[in-house]
Design a protein around this ligand. Structure first.
Ligand SMILES: [Zn+2]
Length: 284
């Protein structure tokens, strides 16, 4: 029986051998160490050829590794009129080439509030995102677009923001970074079984039970201050209560993918996988 969650890294595992290297080598290496998902870290820009995308797609299929893409950081649904077309192009490029590379999900950071109320910002962000999805579907591109929950309180990307986008637009679902959700309030809260249960309950109530087995989760240890996230840490060096989080996910019979963003990415991905197996009792 397969596990409910696939596990992998965001970006190439650090131990990927130099040859063949690249995304192809990273996928093969992930499989060799027991990981079955990978998120292509196209975080600076999308610079990949159609041929490379085809190779990635084939390798992922042969190795049964599920592929997603982390789109460039420089995307902002709340950008001004002048900046927005460039932001939009980055997201569209990630979705286009990601789809060619066999990615089913495109993850992006939704942007900044620029000190405006979340509700006002969403009035700008949602129609823009809807326009992107419309254009992708018109081009026959089926990828799910996933705004990520962000770790700083000044950033668009509370769990509520991402739920609101998903409720408004078919084909949009949150990428839930639980470490960010823990860091965002800045007071150490959002780190217990009951708190996670409450959040997951509002998640499924808003979006329906069907989203539970197609969750896309980012996870790492995290350091934070009053304004939220400072930086990512190895899981064992942080206060993130992974076991309680996994118990809550298990309670909801959740499934999908968990991608690790810690500095010791593949070690922590395997560590998380082991914790999940212990808690769920699932075997492979
Ligand atoms: Zn991210």
């Amino acid at each position: 029986m397969a596990l409910s969650f696939r596990f992998g890294t965001v970006g190439s595992p650090t131990g990927t051998p130099k040859k063949p290297g690249g995304s192809v080598g990273s996928i093969q290496f992930s499989r060799s160490i027991g990981l079955d998902a990978m998120e292509l870290g196209w975080v600076q820009s999308v610079r990949v050829s159609v041929e490379t995308c085809e190779l990635i797609r084939q390798t992922a299929r042969e190795n049964n590794v599920a592929i997603s893409v982390h789109a460039p950081y420089f995307i902002n649904l709340n950008a001004n009129e002048e900046e927005w077309p460039k932001s939009r192009q980055r997201l569209m490029d990630a979705a286009h080439y990601g789809n060619l590379a066999g990615a089913t999900d495109i993850i992006f950071h939704p942007g900044s509030y620029f000190e405006k109320p979340a509700a006002d910002v969403l009035l700008v962000a949602i129609p823009r995102l809807q326009g992107c999805v419309n254009e992708l579907r018109a081009a026959g591109n089926p990828v799910i677009i996933r705004p990520e929950t962000m770790g700083k309180s000044a950033m668009l990307g509370s769990l509520e923001d991402t739920i609101e986008m998903a409720k408004s637009i078919q084909g949009v679902l949150p990428c839930i970074d639980f470490a960010h959700l823990h860091a965002r309030p800045g007071d150490g809260s959002m780190n217990s079984y009951d708190e996670w249960l409450t959040r997951l309950e509002s998640y499924t109530k808003s979006l329906g039970d069907s989203v539970l087995n197609q969750m896309h989760i980012h996870l790492s240890g995290i350091e934070y201050g009053i304004k939220g996230e400072k930086n990512h840490l190895p899981v064992a060096e942080s206060d993130l209560n992974v076991a309680d989080l996994f118990r809550a996910l298990y309670h909801f019979k959740a499934g999908g993918r968990i991608l690790c963003e810690s500095p010791i990415m593949e070690q922590d991905a395997i560590y998380m996988k082991n914790i999940w197996q212990e808690i769920s009792g699932e075997d492979i």
